[in-house]
Design a protein around this ligand. Structure first.
Ligand code: B12
Length: 214
């Protein structure tokens, strides 16, 4: 697969050109090359980081942020099924959601795709997930791990709330908590008592694979 098509996908996002991004994603899907799919997901992630910087610097506004989010979701919806193709036997169940008040789900979905392709049974609670919904899902599915995604500094304390509630309901030692998203750090994970922080989906998948094996 040529780098041109990956570059077209990246440019489609950076130039807010849905047609180009969709055309590139569709060529990648037709190529059915798992390495190209990973490069494509990386290109989407990288473009969104650049967009975040443009937004932060006041070069781009909310309307552009919303539209680039739509383009990224469209491209990821096309690429996701190819990532799932590698799934073998179940490595364990993982419940995942984006915390209350936060409507970012692209990164959470990418983590889900990687973990699925490593054989995990992923249960998606969606975004803007209230504490009680996380707790109910842990009770219902008894997962190996609970994953929480958070991209806003203003909602990061929701993670601490969920962990405190797990403790209060005697569930904390029954589930490994992994967190990720642009607003979080390793230090924050330690502070709120999460078992792990993952800076990206690949590291997150490596961590839950280690937990699954032990
Ligand atoms: C696209 C986007 C949006 C879209 C989201 C669309 C969607 N469906 O997700 C929309 C338009 C909705 C949006 C809205 C807002 N956004 Co916004 N958004 C972004 C942007 C540009 C990209 C986010 C993204 O998808 N990145 C790509 C993915 C792949 O990266 P990721 O999420 O970090 O995920 C990776 C890892 O972190 C990890 N990961 C993520 N989650 C998890 C979970 C687990 C368990 C694990 C293991 C790993 C993991 O794996 C992923 C893949 O490697 C970021 C910029 C940035 N730097 O992140 C701003 C950004 C997050 N947004 C920001 C802001 C301010 C907002 C708004 C408040 C804007 C406004 N004024 O209204 C609103 C808030 C709405 C709300 N209540 O949530 C700020 C947040 C600042 C802060 N620190 O709080 C950012 C950082 C932009 C900026 N630089 O200012 N946004």
């Amino acid at each position: 697969m040529s780098n041109d098509v990956i570059e077209r996908l990246r440019n489609g996002l950076l130039e807010l050109d849905m047609a180009t991004a969709v055309e590139a994603a569709s060529s990648i899907v037709e190529g059915d090359d798992s390495l190209a799919v990973k490069d494509a997901v990386h290109a989407v992630t990288n473009a969104l980081q650049i967009v975040g910087k443009r937004f932060q610097d006041g070069e781009w506004f909310l309307a552009e942020l919303v539209y680039v989010g739509e383009i990224a979701k469209e491209a990821m919806n096309m690429l996701s099924p190819l990532m799932e193709a590698g799934a073998t036997e179940s490595a364990g169940t993982v419940v995942v959601g984006t915390v209350a008040g936060d409507l970012h789900d692209i990164g959470k979905n990418i983590f889900m795709d990687y973990a699925k392709s490593a054989g995990f049974n992923m249960i998606d609670l969606g975004m803007d997930v209230p504490t009680q919904k996380f707790i109910d899902a842990v009770k219902e599915h008894s997962p190996l791990s609970l994953g929480m995604s958070c991209l806003l500094t203003s909602t990061s304390m929701e993670i601490g709330r969920v962990i405190e509630e797990l403790k209060r309901q005697n569930l904390r030692d029954k589930v490994k908590v992994i967190i990720g998203g642009a607003a979080l750090t390793q230090e924050f994970a330690k502070e709120v008592g999460a078992d792990a922080f993952a800076p990206d989906a690949v590291t997150g998948t490596d961590i839950i694979e280690e937990w699954s094996a032990s």
